[in-house]
Design a protein around this ligand. Structure first.
Ligand SMILES: [Fe+2]
Length: 386
């Protein structure tokens, strides 16, 4: 164990449980928010989840006691953030409720940057700038996967570069997170599976990344335990609110864990979204077993504790056997939740691999992979995952 200096921080206040959404008005009061801007994506407006939060805030008082901004793209762009900040100013709001999947949460969090500095261009963002004292923000996720609600970054496609920029600053953290299982009830099985796979990938990649963060390691292992238990149930029966709740907690834990780091799976997944338009969680699920096999060949025994957290009896197994059993378990779990293995089954071809490999190598996540990867390795991993 390293005894060199490390800094640990787990600061987000989180309220979890059934009907906790009803506490929203009281929590707004406690944060001194009198008129919140509800930031969400348009696709949510017709869902029971939106009806729930609209009911809690008061349908009739929309435009008076609270304001709505719902122009958020699935992969949010800079103008979404500008739009949210403009809506906030126009309606004289004094706080943000970010409600939705990762996109709405990221836009809600980032809009506060432009409230502090109205003329600011997100492309000029630097974490060393003073971003303290941002407007208060409550995050309420409606999916269990990205964990953006507990993250200190927003991923926004920047106008200047047309590429995803990661805006990272501790000041971006939400002041409060509400994990209400009821708002994830309506998430279809396919999305439940894909977002849950993202959460599991966060836990596995962060646990096995080499930097020193035993707090995150502990969180990641429990996140794995919760996910393997709850994800099949949540996919099989979306009304299983206990499983839904467990997945919300696991997803938040995955994101808390990956403040440590991620690995090569995420580097492979990012171009699958930008080039092939694939859902991020699905992309992770399709690449994770191949990356685990690659890593285990070079670091035998790497996945033993992942297997133990998943409930496998691999404590006394040889290093190779513990890895094999764990990787097989993860691959089977993905199949069990309805994810058809193989990139080809999802429209990816060798021609895509040629385009994606350099982009995967450019992506920073693989730099904290348990073993170093070259561009040729990433290409080979795509081929293996085909
Ligand atoms: Fe992810």
């Amino acid at each position: 164990m390293s005894i060199s200096r490390s800094v640990f921080s787990f600061p987000t206040r989180t309220i979890f449980g059934l009907n906790t959404l009803n506490e929203l008005p009281e929590q707004l009061k406690q944060l001194g928010i009198r008129k919140p801007l509800l930031v969400t994506d348009g696709g949510l407006l017709s869902t029971p989840a939106f009806a729930l939060i609209e009911g809690v805030l008061g349908k009739a008082s929309r435009g008076k006691a609270w304001e709505l901004f719902s122009d958020v793209h699935p992969n949010p762009i800079e103008s979404d953030v500008i739009g949210a900040a403009n809506a906030y100013r126009k309606a004289s709001c004094d706080g943000v409720i970010a409600f939705g999947g990762g996109s709405a949460l990221d836009v809600g969090k980032a809009a506060r940057l432009l409230l502090k500095k109205p003329e600011f261009k997100l492309a000029d963002f630097d974490w060393k700038q003073d971003w303290n004292g941002l407007a208060p923000c409550i995050c309420i996720p409606t999916t269990a996967g990205t964990g953006s609600e507990v993250g200190r970054s927003s991923v926004i496609i920047l106008e200047k570069t047309k590429r995803k920029g990661v805006l990272f600053h501790p000041g971006l953290l939400a002041n409060l997170v509400i994990l209400e299982p009821e708002v994830t009830r309506g998430l279809p099985p396919k999305l439940t599976a894909a977002t849950g796979a993202d959460a599991l990938t966060h836990c596995i990649e962060s646990f096995t990344s080499p930097s020193f963060h035993p707090l995150c390691d502990g969180v990641a292992l429990e996140g794995i335990h919760l996910t393997v238990e709850a994800l099949p149930k949540a996919v099989a029966n979306g009304n299983d609110l206990e499983a839904r709740g467990q997945m919300l907690v696991a997803a938040a834990m995955g994101a808390i864990a990956f403040q440590k780091d991620l690995g090569a799976t995420h580097s492979l997944a990012h171009p699958l979204s930008s080039v092939c338009g694939m859902h991020h969680g699905l992309a992770n699920a399709l690449c994770l077993p191949a990356v685990m096999r690659f890593n285990a060949r070079r670091k035998p025994g790497l996945y033993r504790r992942v297997g133990i957290a998943a409930g496998l009896n691999v404590l006394g197994a040889s290093a190779e056997d513990a890895d094999r059993q764990t990787i097989d378990f993860v691959a089977r779990l993905f199949e069990q939740i309805g994810i058809k293995p193989g990139l080809r089954a999802h429209g990816v071809s060798e021609a895509h691999v040629d385009v994606m490999s350099p982009q995967a190598f450019e992506d920073g996540c693989h730099q904290t992979n348990p073993v170093p990867v070259t561009m040729a390795d990433l290409r080979q991993l795509y081929i293996e995952a085909l």
